[in-house]
Design a protein around this ligand. Structure first.
Ligand SMILES: Nc1ncnc2c1ncn2[C@@H]1O[C@H](COP(=O)(O)OP(=O)(O)OP(=O)(O)O)[C@@H](O)[C@H]1O
Ligand SMILES: [Mg+2]
Length: 502
């Protein structure tokens, strides 16, 4: 085992919450910030994480001495062996005691003089709470030869958030998670996967040989809500301006219509309201709100797709919303489908599912009028109650501050990538339980493709380098330079075709 240093005595420690060790002199730097180490203590084998590395040199500790030599135009190293007195000191945070497979809190400090070693990878795997056999391999634990294999249940059952500033790899990472689930063997079982994709970022899955057979896309022509199945409660959910009295009267009209007809559309519902004996004071606004709703492209005669089509074990269903221009239409659609999914799951009519919501701050916003946050209710309901029924949510967002605190705080696992906006960081700290100051401080320093995983899924916050994607990246997520080249190529072809035509 590689020895990397010796515990030293400082003003603050060693204590049960921190200790320092001087790093052994080797050709290569044996340790980096964030790496895990182990050492024997009276309490048992202590596992710790390097929180900071500091360089010290006693020759440069006295400001007046350094200044004095500088003034003479001379360097310190002309007089003293300063190189030999440069030390690397690491500050480490004890995480816990590993006692043959059992973890305990560290309750006794290590002794000064104790040798510190690189953490053994096998011990670390269990200590961190990774799942060697069935885990989703999303990348590697930074600085260790260790695959970050996350346990499916611990990651999703109590919901998960994926938060990062735009362009730092959220969709990329979610695609990696989806690949891992789709690749699971049938014996292990696969949940149904549904992705709400406002920008068509996941369409690459349909162009990929390995995954296309497992992927189904639902887009503008495939998505339709039939008025026939809507209760007055649901209509009022889509159109929150409808008053309580309006809702009550609408319920009567709907029940009468149901007695008379087997199937009806929005137009017939409007006619029935017009013909009803509701008082003009209620009828006028009610008609106006329903008519306004009916103008949306979403309403038709059939309810499509069915929940059974949408939620199949091992199938990735992509709801491509990129052709719905209005956010309200997208919200109505998600409200309708998510409610159907949740109710069907409660009745055990569909398999356990994971619903990935991209741009979740648009669908479940904080502090926005009810009429602009139509889908917020159902998302918060799934966030609160979904775990009992294995209806799992993954909230993906680049603006955590605009995302409902209620929904976010129900997520027990978090995957956080680069965020530098202080307001977003503050919101993350408040809404995500288990995020320590230490973790929070490291978030702005993360590079593209690096993620901190924290919460239920791991025993301790984990820095992961996300692996490369296997599936194709959709054209819509392509790099600017590639998109320009593609456009030029296609545009050139069009001109050639036109020339040939002439
Ligand atoms: N793990 C990774 N390895 C290699 N490249 C990556 C990785 N993660 C992200 N990238 C690169 O960064 C780009 C942006 O990533 P991605 O589209 O996932 O960002 P995003 O956080 O979803 O952004 P937005 O908020 O705009 O949707 C990708 O197209 C890819 O080129
Ligand atoms: Mg994205």
């Amino acid at each position: 085992m590689q020895e990397i240093g010796t515990v030293i005595s400082t003003l603050e420690g060693p204590s049960t919450s921190e200790f320092s060790f001087v790093i052994a002199e080797t050709k290569e730097i044996p340790i980096r910030k964030g790496q895990y180490v182990q050492l024997n203590t009276e309490d048992g084998l202590l596992i710790a994480r390097v929180a900071e590395i500091i360089k010290t040199n006693r020759y440069f500790m006295q400001a007046e001495a350094v200044s004095e030599y500088g003034r003479e135009g001379k360097a310190m190293d002309e007089f003293f062996p300063v190189d030999r007195w440069e030390y690397l000191v690491a500050n480490a945070t004890p995480l816990g005691i590993w006692d043959n497979g059992i973890q305990r809190r560290a309750s006794f400090p290590p002794s000064p003089g104790t040798k510190v070693y690189r953490a053994d990878e096998k011990i670390l795997f269990d200590f961190l709470g990774l799942d060697a056999e069935r885990g989703l391999a999303i990348g590697s634990v930074e600085f260790h030869e260790l695959e970050a294999r996350l346990n499916l249940t611990k990651l999703f059952q109590k919901h998960c958030s994926v938060l990062a500033q735009t362009g730092f790899g959220k969709s990329y990472l979610v695609a990696v998670l989806i690949e891992e689930i789709l690749k699971r063997s049938d014996e292990l079982g696969k949940p149904a996967l549904i992705v709400v994709d406002p920008h068509g970022e996941y369409l690459g899955f349909t162009q990929d040989r390995t995954f296309s057979t497992k992927t189904k896309i639902f887009r503008i022509g495939d998505l339709e809500i039939s008025a026939n199945n809507l209760s007055s409660y649901q209509i009022a959910e889509f159109q929150p301006h409808i008053t309580y009295v309006g809702k009550r009267e609408l319920a009567k009209v709907i029940s009468q219509l149901k007695n008379e007809k087997r199937a009806y559309g929005m137009d017939e519902l409007i006619q029935a309201v017009e013909a009803s004996d509701i008082t003009p004071k209620t009828k006028g606004p009610l008609l106006a709100w329903i008519s306004e709703l009916a103008r949306s492209l979403l309403f038709g005669k059939i309810d499509r797709p069915s929940v059974q089509e949408l939620a199949k074990p091992g199938q990735l269903s992509i709801l491509d919303l990129s052709d719905f221009i209005h956010l309200r239409d997208r919200q109505i659609l998600l409200t309708h489908l998510a409610r159907k999914l949740f109710n069907s799951r409660r009745a055990n009519e569909i398999p356990p599912f994971i619903l990935f919501v991209e741009e979740s701050h648009q669908f479940c916003p904080e502090q926005v009028e009810r009429s602009q946050a139509i889908s917020k209710g159902i998302i918060e309901t799934i966030a609160r109650e979904g775990r009992k029924f294995n209806a799992c949510l993954v909230l993906i967002s680049q603006r955590p501050i605009q995302l409902s605190t209620t929904a976010l705080s129900q997520c027990d696992s978090h995957i956080i990538m680069h965020v530098s906006n202080p307001y977003d960081l503050d919101h993350i700290a408040k809404s995500c339980e288990g995020i320590t100051k230490d973790v929070l401080k490291s978030i702005p320093g993360l590079k593209v493709g690096e993620a901190i995983i924290t919460g239920e899924v791991v025993n301790y916050p984990l820095l992961v380098k996300v692996r490369e994607r296997e599936s194709k990246i959709s054209e819509k997520g392509a790099r600017l330079e590639d998109a320009i080249l593609n456009f030029n190529k296609e545009f050139g072809k069009k001109i050639e075709d036109l020339d040939a035509f002439r």
